[in-house]
Design a protein around this ligand. Structure first.
Ligand SMILES: Cc1ncc(COP(=O)(O)O)c(C=O)c1O
Length: 452
């Protein structure tokens, strides 16, 4: 098919995600056709350096990995699918390997998207409430600026007002707590002079709702699309101790940070905390197959076995595509490649380099208010004025991303999350990124900032 036919078919029939299509009446959409390493090529033959791992933190091993393709192909020729009510070989192997890098967590429930993995976590909490508390301990607390997915249930637990706008009414039983962004402290405090109010706020919310009614709190380890918000070291230990005090399960959403992005296997492993439920997806199989997991402690799992005489006392849930064998086969290969090629080390080394180069930009460009992040996961917050910290308009971030794209470098940005805080540039190159590629990424941003 010719390039123009592909584009015409796309323009006529494909509904792009997160996209206002009016623009395509006067311009062509970007249509990718192949990729190798850190680079993708579009149907016009233009090559782009991808600092986003496929737009949304997913292609963590880079493009064109034949070993991934071979692994998946071998698995598919053995058996592609059977419903998850029975076992399969890659699912069993991967569950063992995955839990071996998640001390304290023992059980893996497979599904096929981050939203779905979170929904499973919520359903587990709701059902445990029925087993143990006559359905009372069913409320789920989530945090402002966090995102947990696109389904109505996941949106009901998402603190991004622009993402949820116009999609209500939402599911009841979800309650918001404040975010933990120091740069824009919701309590107007400064780190070092505060009592980590953002973490203690959880206790206030639990007390307000009644501890008898609260089943879990769901938090991103590092808020991703909400602006790469890294909590202070004290944050998670305080959260965990409040959860233990009130018998509230701690559910950590690792859909973005899971499996290496921050330089540790999981984002939460950067902090001194032990979750009860962990969900992850996106980069788990590096974008070569769709897979997500809800990983729990034995204690959570055992709650579903306690009353075997009751016909309702098991997890009555299924995910059709959670039974695809390509997912765990590809995820296992991803884990093995990360270990074999020492990619966590690379994420740390090159991630530190990326951060230091972004700090150099901060010295040069007044528009940069803050650089933050961990590993190959960085955010650059743009402001009109460093003193007042007034955010730049979303159009400024859009224009910088657009300028980089014209220069064949793809970077990300907070995309329609909050009315006034869509001002963070996002950087999440694949784990194979070199310092040389970081230089090219940062140079493109430097040029874009010069003209904006
Ligand atoms: C932290 C977080 N959780 C959950 C999701 C939802 O994942 P999915 O799009 O695979 O449903 C996302 C997607 O961006 C995310 O960033």
């Amino acid at each position: 098919m010719s390039e123009s036919t592909i584009i015409q078919n796309d323009k006529k029939h494909v509904w792009h995600h997160l996209t206002q299509h009016k623009a395509f009446e006067s311009s062509d959409p970007l249509v990718v056709s192949k990729g190798k390493g850190m680079y993708v090529t579009d149907t016009k033959g233009d090559e782009y350096l991808d600092a986003t791992s496929g737009g949304v933190w997913t292609v963590n091993l880079g493009y064109g990995r034949d070993e991934m393709v071979d692994t998946i192909s071998n698995q598919l020729s053995k058996i592609p699918y059977f419903a998850g009510s029975v076992g399969n070989e890659p699912a069993a192997k991967y569950a063992k390997e995955l839990t071996s890098i998640m001390p304290g967590l023992d059980r893996v429930y497979y599904s096929n998207s981050g939203s779905e993995a979170n929904e499973k976590g919520y359903k587990m909490v709701r059902q445990i409430a029925h087993f143990q508390n006559e359905g009372k301990k069913h409320k789920i607390i989530y945090r402002d600026r966090d995102y947990h997915g696109t389904t109505i249930g996941a949106m009901s637990s998402s603190g991004q007002i622009q993402r949820t706008k116009q999609y209500g009414p939402f599911a009841p039983g979800f309650v918001e707590m404040p975010n933990c962004c120091c740069y824009r402290c919701p309590f107007g405090k400064k780190y070092g002079e505060c009592n980590i109010e953002c973490a203690h706020a959880l206790e206030d919310v639990i007390k307000k709702e009644g501890a008898d009614n609260v089943g879990s709190v769901v938090l991103e380890s590092i808020t991703a699309g909400g602006g790469v918000i890294t909590p202070v070291p004290e944050y998670f230990p305080i959260i965990e101790s409040i959860c233990r005090k009130y018998d509230v399960l701690l559910h950590i959403d690792e859909v973005v940070c899971g499996l290496g992005r921050t330089g540790k296997w999981f984002g939460y492993q950067n902090y001194d905390v032990q979750p009860d439920i962990v969900t992850t997806a996106k980069g788990l199989a590096a974008g070569y197959a769709a897979i997500s997991v809800t990983v729990t402690t034995d204690k959570v799992f055992e709650a579903f076995k306690e009353d075997s005489s009751n016909p309702d006392s098991y997890f009555r849930d299924i995910s059709t595509f959670g039974g695809c064998t390509a997912g765990p086969a590809a995820a296992l290969e991803t884990l093995n490649i990360i270990k074999r090629d020492k990619l966590l080390e690379n994420v740390n080394t090159v991630g530190n380099y990326l951060k230091s180069k972004l700090h150099e930009l901060e010295e040069k460009h007044q528009i940069i208010g803050e650089v933050r992040g961990k590993g190959l996961f960085c955010g650059v917050e743009l402001v009109k004025d460093r003193q007042t910290r007034e955010p730049v308009d979303e159009t400024v971030a859009m224009s910088i991303v657009g300028h980089c794209l014209k220069n064949k470098v793809m970077i990300g940005r907070t995309n329609r999350c909050f009315e006034h805080n869509n001002n963070v540039l996002l950087f999440s190159p694949a784990f194979i990124c070199t310092k040389n590629e970081v230089d090219l990424i940062v140079e493109a941003v430097d040029n874009a900032l010069e003209v904006n």
